[in-house]
Design a protein around this ligand. Structure first.
Ligand SMILES: [Fe+2]
Length: 382
């Protein structure tokens, strides 16, 4: 802590959490006079029984529901603009995002676009776009159905350009959901691979946020408890899911996303280029790189590693063996521990290293990461 400096901390999101809380959605919307919601989800979720039930329950309570589900796996600007057109054409007065990170990001970006009429990417945070976010945002409610990105409690949306597929980040504190309905029942049927990969993304958020170099003791506390919940539940949730393990994963993933307002680090910078270049699942890319990135960070951060290992059930003074524990965790989850296992070859390494060095996450890593460091880590993981 720098005693000469002042800081701002902000945790304003209201979360209803627990089995069955989704049944409160119609009453919540009615109580706020939001009788014409736009439900935003992805094509896959729109076909699932629980989603149809949400729609039916809203209709049964007299709400006029419209569903928007046109979006790519990596959502692009036109996905957002079509949603904006539908919102206006059908006279909507609220947005409810239902699903994983993709539909929740699209829902948030649509919410931004409703009263903000510049080009969508004028609001890109990396070019200072949040200064233009000045108008009211429609009432945004989020309903997570995976335990990974934690987008439901986030304040940004990652949307790509249609042509180049370049990812842009829309960000503003006013993009936080007004209400989150986090119901573990909605995550019960996630398949094992999705549970494991998205869960490792959530774990990586907690670990990287804890180590990130910014001063944020509140986020540190959240990250430590988040990693504990995930370590207690990720293997069970993957192989023999029950309500308790699903609930702990859902809470742990939200805590990871709340904690990473502190920052992320080297692992996310190693992972992002794999998704850009090879379309690798974000969680899988993190899972494979996690032990290597953490190994890179170990020296001079021994006490933090002891703390992380302790929180994850490894006992006192186990920081030294933390990397081995992470390798073992991947094994238990039947995830690969080598980049060659996910289609990376030696020919990709130079491009991956360039992209990783340009990534926006590693400036918050506790120690600096050079392009040569990235190359070394990729080669080690190959
Ligand atoms: Fe992530």
């Amino acid at each position: 802590m720098n005693i000469q400096q002042t800081y701002s901390f902000s945790f304003p999101t209201t979360i209803r959490f627990g089995v069955g809380v989704i049944s409160e959605l119609p009453g919540y919307l009615k109580a706020h006079g939001l009788l014409r919601p736009l439900l935003v989800t992805d094509p896959l979720v729109s076909q699932l029984d629980f989603f149809k039930e949400i729609v039916n329950n809203l209709k049964a309570e007299g709400l006029a529901v419209e569903v928007y589900s046109e979006m790519h796996k990596n959502p692009v600007k036109s996905d957002v603009l079509k949603g904006k057109v539908l919102y206006a054409a059908t006279g909507r007065n609220a947005i409810v995002g239902v699903g994983g990170g993709v539909p929740l990001d699209v829902a948030r970006a649509i919410a931004l676009s409703i009263n903000h009429h510049r080009d969508l990417f004028d609001y890109d945070d990396l070019i200072g776009g949040d200064q233009y976010v000045t108008e009211p945002i429609p009432h945004l409610v989020t309903v997570p159905t995976t335990s990974g990105t934690g987008s439901e409690v986030g304040r940004s949306a990652i949307i790509a350009e249609d042509e180049s597929k370049k990812k842009r980040i829309l960000f503003s504190p006013s993009l936080l959901a007004k209400m989150v309905f986090a119901d573990p029942m909605l995550t019960m049927d996630l398949p094992p691979f999705v549970t494991a990969a998205t869960g490792m993304d959530a774990l990586t958020h907690n670990l990287e946020a804890f180590l990130a170099k910014n001063f944020h003791p509140i986020c540190n506390g959240i990250a430590l408890e988040g990693m504990k919940l995930i370590s207690e539940s990720i293997v069970i949730a993957t192989h023999q899911p029950d309500l308790e393990s699903r609930a702990k994963m859902l809470m742990g993933s939200m805590m990871g996303a709340i904690a990473f307002q502190k920052g992320l680090g080297v692992v996310h910078s190693l992972a992002h280029p794999l998704s850009s270049l090879l379309d690798t699942h974000h969680g899988l890319a993190n899972a494979v790189n996690l032990p290597y990135g953490m190994g890179f960070n170990y020296d001079n951060f021994e006490s933090q590693f002891d703390q992380m290992a302790y929180m994850m059930g490894q006992g006192a003074g186990a920081g030294e063996k933390f990397v081995d524990y992470l390798f073992d965790l991947n094994k238990q989850l039947q995830l690969p521990s080598k980049l060659s296992g996910i289609g990376v070859t030696k020919d990709h390494i130079e491009t991956l290293s360039d992209l990783a060095a340009a990534d926006f996450c590693h400036p918050n890593n506790p120690k600096p990461v050079s392009r040569e460091d990235f190359k070394g880590l990729y080669l080690k993981a190959l």
